[in-house]
Design a protein around this ligand. Structure first.
Ligand code: GLV
Length: 422
């Protein structure tokens, strides 16, 4: 084992959950300046070819929703309480009968194995090693059976499905056969989003082999050797494995199967409920009016999400609708994604009614920058932030995080200003 490997393992094993530290002695040099989730973005941009990075990082149309996902968190301030004994802090969270080491997991992302070698397996292994859930995307390039075998219990599967009984039945049976116990249905994709950024950056799916694409790949030699050629020579041409018919990643003519997604409706959720014995989650709900439909159809949990700002531009930020959805949820579990970057974001989401949150792009960037070690480091960073923030806010348990710890970041307690500055 090289010194670097020893450093990495020692660093990851030193996850003393109670006392987060950032001593440079224990952090391997490749990750030493990765101090927060957002730090992975720039090195990932320099590693991944422009069209692929554009696809991963981009939103849709004017990126309003992408921006709002962040600004919603910034509109909330935390109001800490003092002189509370916070020495008993714990963030282990029980979810659907399983215990996880943090209140967050890894959101589904189809581009993971495009951006890093064996990206889907890397995320699954990191999730398992850190005991947080990792959701494999239906738009991924690794057969779902392989990913579950690599990640085990902490690995969930997220499906993109058409409104078609046969396709739904086949996929649910396949997912069950592979041993998954949690199935997530994404519902905010009745049609493809207007991803102008993909057109501008030359990204298509499947990738069309063009001189522009070749040039962009040549401009990223570390990715070309470390991800693209390594993948090709070890496994051959990657295919979209988990969504309709197998389709190659690179092709002049192939077309991915996306028909009849606009037919999907609650009757199909009811069908899935009848077929699927495990935990059933619907991802992409933004209106509390949809919550009773989920409950009546036997859904176990909802992920409040706008798909990371990648579907409907001007769709609201999940954080803003969380309280209403949580109030309507009854005994259904409410989770959220879209915009989480900091421990304080996690605490704010929990205060507004989420039981659990998911983090997307930063985990993919961490995989691109340093593989499984990078993702485990990213998980550790966020877990350490949560621990520190719990102490500073004045709580020992995550369920002590209520909306009374929040205020309008631009408000003044007890004062309504009546004079204008004019
Ligand atoms: C896939 O889920 C995507 O947002 O591109």
């Amino acid at each position: 084992m090289s010194t670097t490997d020893q450093d990495l393992n020692q660093h990851l094993a030193s996850g003393d959950r109670g006392t987060p530290q950032r001593t440079s002695a224990t952090v391997p040099s490749a990750l030493r300046m990765m101090l927060a989730l957002e730090d992975f973005e720039e090195p990932a941009r320099r590693y991944i070819p422009k069209p692929i990075y554009g696809y991963v990082s981009g939103g849709v149309e004017r990126n309003k929703t992408l921006d709002w996902n962040r600004s919603a968190f910034d509109d909330l301030a935390l109001v800490p309480r003092m002189l509370i004994n916070v020495s008993q802090r714990a963030q282990k969270t029980s979810l659907f009968g399983q215990s996880y080491d943090a209140p967050f997991g890894i959101a589904p992302m189809g581009g993971t194995s495009l951006a890093s070698f064996e990206g889907d397996l890397v995320l699954a292994r990191a999730g398992a090693a850190e005991n947080v859930p990792m959701i494999l995307s239906g738009a991924s390039l690794t057969p779902l059976e392989k990913v579950r075998a690599a990640g085990g219990r902490t690995t969930w599967f997220q499906a993109y499905l058409p409104g078609d009984t046969q396709a739904i039945t086949e996929l649910v049976e396949r997912v069950a056969q592979a041993g998954y116990d949690t199935l997530v249905l994404t519902v905010d994709i009745p049609v493809g989003a207007n991803r102008e950024n993909n057109v501008r950056n030359g990204y298509t799916s499947p990738l069309r082999p063009t001189p522009r694409l070749a040039w962009n790949c040549l401009m990223r030699p570390r990715w070309l050797v470390g991800t693209a050629l390594r993948t090709y020579f070890s496994k051959g041409m990657p295919h979209f494995e988990n969504m309709g018919k197998r389709t190659p990643l690179v092709s002049r003519t192939a077309v991915r199967e996306r028909a009849q997604r606009d037919h999907l409706n609650w009757k199909h959720v009811a069908l899935m409920r009848r077929l699927w014995k495990g935990t059933l989650i619907v991802k992409g709900i933004l209106d509390k009016a949809d919550v009773p439909f989920a409950r009546d159809n036997g859904v176990d949990g909802i992920i409040v999400s706008n798909h990371g700002g990648r579907q409907l531009d001007s769709a609201t930020a999940p954080l803003r609708v969380l309280p209403g959805i949580a109030a309507a949820a009854g005994d259904m579990t409410i989770m959220m994604d879209s915009g989480i970057r900091r421990g304080t974001d996690v605490l704010k989401a929990l205060a507004l009614g989420a039981k659990f949150v998911f983090v997307g792009r930063p985990m993919l960037y961490a995989a691109a920058v340093a593989g499984e070690t990078g993702v485990r480091h990213a998980i550790k960073l966020l877990r350490d932030e949560i621990d520190r923030d719990m102490a500073l806010v004045g709580i020992n348990k995550l369920n002590e995080m209520h909306s009374d710890r929040l205020m309008d970041a631009r408000g003044f307690d007890g004062v309504t200003l009546t004079k204008s500055s004019a």
